[in-house]
Design a protein around this ligand. Sequence first.
Ligand SMILES: Nc1ncnc2c1ncn2[C@@H]1O[C@H](COP(=O)(O)OP(=O)(O)O)[C@@H](O)[C@H]1O
Ligand SMILES: [Mg+2]
Length: 344
Amino acid sequence: MRKILAVDDNRINLELLAQLVKIYYPEFKFIRAETGEEGILEAVEENPDLILLDIMMPGMDGYETCKFLKSQNKTKQIPIIMISALGRDSAERSKGLNAGADSFISKPFDQVELKAQINVALRIKNYQEKLKKLNAEITLVEERERRRIAENLHDSLGQTLSLAFMHLSSISLDECPAQAKKTIQFTSKLLNKSIEESRALTYDLSPPILYELGLIPAIKWKLEQFEKEYGIKAILIAENDNKHLLKDHKIFLYRIIGELLSNINKHANASHVEVKLFIKDKQFFITVEDNGIGIDKVNIKPASADGGYGLLSIMERIESMNGTFKIEPTNNGTVAEMEVPLNN
Ligand SMILES: Nc1ncnc2c1ncn2[C@@H]1O[C@H](COP(=O)(O)OP(=O)(O)O)[C@@H](O)[C@H]1O
Ligand SMILES: [Mg+2]
């Protein structure tokens, strides 16, 4: 059900907004809160599609309430329209927008204007939700396609190469002229190399371990590869099994760890990385810590055609799993921490 939350210490204003919602947005449930604190509780509890927020309230005022809501993972994507008698003052409007409000409208409000603002906010929210779903869907489609190619590669090309190798090996070399013997040996070597390469490609596309044995063995394998390829010591500490994770979540987490490792290789200049997985209080925790230069969060370039979508897409995916993600510099490196609720 779609919902609109109004936070105002004045009951008459709340009543007015309730009527307006009832008339123009009959499919929405109207939720009211009379203080900022109560508004925050309702926002967390009800996850409304939109918040209408008064500024001057006893206790937590509208600015503080807005800042708080926009700082929390659970509520930050909810659009907030501030409605205030201070709205005519441009400094106050800026203050509201800087606190994270999505728009500002002055009191006493014009119904037509408020309705138009609500429509804009809901439209944007709607796009955002679609974009999020699309993003998650793209990852899964990509994964299915990778798996399909990997299986094909393994079943057709891999098998054919193995068969060719076996046939060649069955030739008794002693009876061959020297030149033929040389060619056979050389071709055998090439075939062997192709078999290895096609296997590596299969694993790279979609590691069978992830599907057959689960997330932890797959990460263990990934870390071994990472250490071999880049010479960065990689350690896995995993306390519990992960059988309570959804299949889609396993894939997401596997790819996220892959992206974090690739960042460490590209940006961190580290010699050591440690990945920890553990379960506590029905939550699945993962930390990825390196001993590199430390992430400089102030100077991260905004995402552009040259990249910079890695962390962004990690956050999106974790959000779609109702989890949390954080990446911070440490005393000697960087740590990424994520937390995903388990499915029981
Ligand atoms: N482990 C790390 N150590 C230091 N800097 C990092 C680390 N991970 C990410 N960064 C910084 O964060 C930026 C954003 O990362 P990301 O979103 O994955 O984009 P990209 O890898 O395409 O640059 C990187 O450009 C880099 O400056
Ligand atoms: Mg990256």
